[in-house]
Write a protein of this length. Structure first.
Length: 353
């Protein structure tokens, strides 16, 4: 007995259920919007490793001088540089993990390890800022003696070291939230050293010891801003939010307005990892419509208009129910195609979102 083709099973004309299309032969390079940056992973690791070596060498020197000079600003810079070093180590480990192929239960591999690293970097920035803020306020109330010339000299050397480290990180792929997290750490440390140098100069010229704590508070504000930004962006990815700049309602309306499409629901847009947005949707085609042609047209629309190439579209004919589904009827509406569609249902023409 001949097995019934998938397009005929159940009499509802389903096509390409769960087809995972990657639009084009260059899938080995991913081709995702914003993902190709022209910098190889091995080059990223080299630049990060060079920045790590520079920072670790300077941490030892700065910590010793901070204790001798009695400078909280220098000590805060050293603590911040320690978090810089940790952030780069996390970034390097995350790169190794995310490069592993998908296997077993990890169907996307360990790509989210980079986002975990970025989240950890944001958290360390916030925690370090809170501790330094507390110490700065305490020293504002009771300022200790600060050796200004030692502060100025060390801070100037720190500016040079951080400029080199920042340059190294700028050469890596900053479209990766993981690399951006390490970069933000070092960039904030550069600002911290500039503030410390100015504070040390004020102490030398005027003897105003509170300048050291004031400089620390300014750096704390920058650390909180950068840390919050990293936590917000990584949190959006963990919560499967749509990428910034992509409006799911606009995407759904464009899909629903395509030729032969009658409805789009269960539309999901999320980010797998930095620069890898993905989309899935359930699309209903008018009875007698060419599902294969519609699928090809929709994939082309998503790639050309939105840069979405990692897409999964389930195509069905309107008026037929997928296997196992049950029609539900509500007052003033026809039967629903799915028991519990997630999110709004998109139709061609005006409709609520």
């Amino acid at each position: 007995m001949r097995q019934q083709p998938a397009a005929e099973q159940g009499g509802h004309g389903r096509h390409d259920h769960g087809r995972h299309d990657h639009a084009g032969p260059d899938h080995g390079q991913h081709g995702h919007a914003g993902h190709s940056h022209g910098v190889s992973a091995s080059a990223d690791r080299r630049w990060l490793s060079l920045a790590l070596a520079l920072i670790c060498a300077f941490i030892v020197v700065e910590t010793a001088i901070a204790v001798l000079a009695g400078s909280l600003a220098l000590l805060s810079d050293a603590a911040h540089m320690l978090t810089d070093a940790v952030s780069i180590v996390l970034a390097l480990v995350a790169m190794r993990l995310s490069a592993r192929p998908a296997r077993g239960g990890y169907t996307f591999g360990l790509k989210r390890a980079e986002i975990l690293s970025a989240h950890a970097n944001g958290l360390t920035l916030v925690l370090a800022a809170l501790w330094l803020g507390y110490e700065a306020v305490r020293r504002l109330l009771d300022p200790p003696e600060v050796t200004g010339w030692m502060v100025v000299t060390t801070a100037l050397v720190g500016i040079v070291v951080n400029l080199l480290a920042t340059w190294c990180l700028s050469r890596a792929n900053r479209s990766s939230l993981n690399v951006e997290g390490a970069y933000q750490h070092i960039l904030n440390d550069l600002f911290a050293f500039i503030g410390t140098a100015v504070a040390g100069l004020v102490v030398v010229v005027t003897g105003y010891a509170r300048a050291d704590a004031i400089a620390t508070l300014l750096v704390v504000a920058l650390m909180l801003k950068a840390g919050y930004g990293l936590l917000r962006e990584s949190g959006r990815i963990f919560l499967e939010a749509a990428p910034v700049g992509l409006d799911p309602d606009a995407v759904g309306d464009d899909l629903a307005a395509a030729d032969a499409v009658t409805e789009v629901h269960d539309l999901h847009i999320w980010t797998i990892t930095s620069g890898e947005p993905a989309l899935s949707a359930h699309v209903l085609v008018e009875p007698g419509g060419d599902c294969h042609r519609v699928r090809r047209n929709l994939h082309r629309l998503l790639a050309d208009r939105y840069g979405l190439t990692h897409t999964t579209l389930q195509i069905d004919h309107a008026g037929h129910l997928p296997s196992g589904a049950h029609a539900l009827t509500t007052v003033g509406a026809g039967p629903k195609h799915c028991d519990s569609p997630h999110g709004p249902v998109h139709h061609d023409g005006p409709h609520p979102h």
